[in-house]
Write a protein that binds this ligand. Structure first.
Ligand SMILES: N[C@@H](CCC(=O)N[C@@H](CS)C(=O)NCC(=O)O)C(=O)O
Length: 281
């Protein structure tokens, strides 16, 4: 059954349109929003697709307002979908009390523990439900999608690519959480969503998944600011060592002087579009 989407906003940008839609998610059992940039090329034909996953506390708005992505999406002719970071308004006790648990902090996993497991299934939403909605409603080229993200969303992008060999042509991340169980801000939410068993938590750990990866060649780009205030929680070097053990090609750029935020992301966004263009065109 085709799901109904409702347009919430539409702004012309670099010859294309930056839009936001809302819809009911049957996977998350709540209403959700996503942002989509439609480049001028989408008026005449189908375009490759890039998914972007944001970090803790974000909505679908942070990336579209602060990353400066529309200029490059327009140049390359990419449709770019920016998802929200969690279900919202689910009336789970404690869901709005902390910046790193509940709303804005899904960790892009499928929760297994009550009461979170009914709604907090962002992984399934990102890899299954959202792509089906995008394909039904927008002129995207089937089999030409890639994924990228920031911080918690970088972790989410790595999870989606590592758990679905061949689904995404390429994956990139800005300052991703590379070893989720070692990330202090993640620990309470990991325990609440997945329980205390580290084996269960490691099913959603990009470094552990990279060690076991056995799919077709996977290409990963990571940019990391060296003045990032969260750097001790991110472990990018450990991730690149794990990739070396598998057949995963990873480029890690350590960027001197840059911090964790959107000044850093907007400085390297063009470079990430150029990277994905090598695999999507
Ligand atoms: N505890 C902080 C940290 C949140 C944070 O830095 N979030 C990052 C992702 S990990 C972000 O993208 N924030 C939104 C923005 O910069 O627009 C807060 O809530 O103020």
């Amino acid at each position: 059954m085709a799901s109904m989407i409702t347009q919430e906003s539409c702004n012309k940008s670099f010859g294309g349109y930056q839009k936001v839609f809302s819809h009911y998610s049957s996977v998350l059992e709540c209403r959700m929003k996503f942002a989509i940039y439609l480049p001028p090329q989408a008026e005449d034909g189908k375009c490759p697709l890039l998914y972007y996953l944001s970090g803790l506390t974000c909505t679908e708005q942070n990336f579209i307002q602060k990353a400066g992505a529309q200029r490059f999406a327009s140049q390359h002719g990419f449709i770019v979908v920016a998802a929200d970071t969690s279900p919202r308004g689910c009336n789970i006790p404690g869901e709005d009390e902390k910046w790193n648990v509940g709303t804005g902090a899904s960790l892009y996993v499928d929760a297994t523990q009550e009461p979170w497991c009914k709604h907090y299934r962002m992984y399934s939403y990102i890899v299954s439900e959202l792509p089906a909605i995008i394909e039904q409603n927008f002129p995207v080229l089937p089999d030409r999608s890639s994924i990228f993200g920031h911080s918690m969303g970088g972790h989410g992008a790595l999870l989606c690519a590592l758990l679905n060999p061949g689904k995404y042509k390429s994956v990139s991340a800005f300052a991703p959480v590379c070893n989720s169980v070692k990330c202090a801000p993640f620990q309470e939410a990991l325990r609440l969503y997945l329980g205390s068993d580290v084996h269960e938590q490691n099913k959603w750990n990009a470094t552990e998944l990279a060690k076991k990866y056995d799919g077709p060649p996977l290409n990963i780009l990571i940019d990391q600011g060296m003045e990032d205030e969260f750097l001790q929680d991110l472990h990018p070097e450990e991730f690149t060592r794990a990739c070396a053990e598998s057949r995963i090609s990873v480029v890690l750029n350590m960027r001197e002087g840059y911090d964790h935020g959107y000044y850093f992301i907007s400085s390297f966004i063009e470079h990430h579009f150029e990277y994905h263009a090598k695999f999507l065109k």
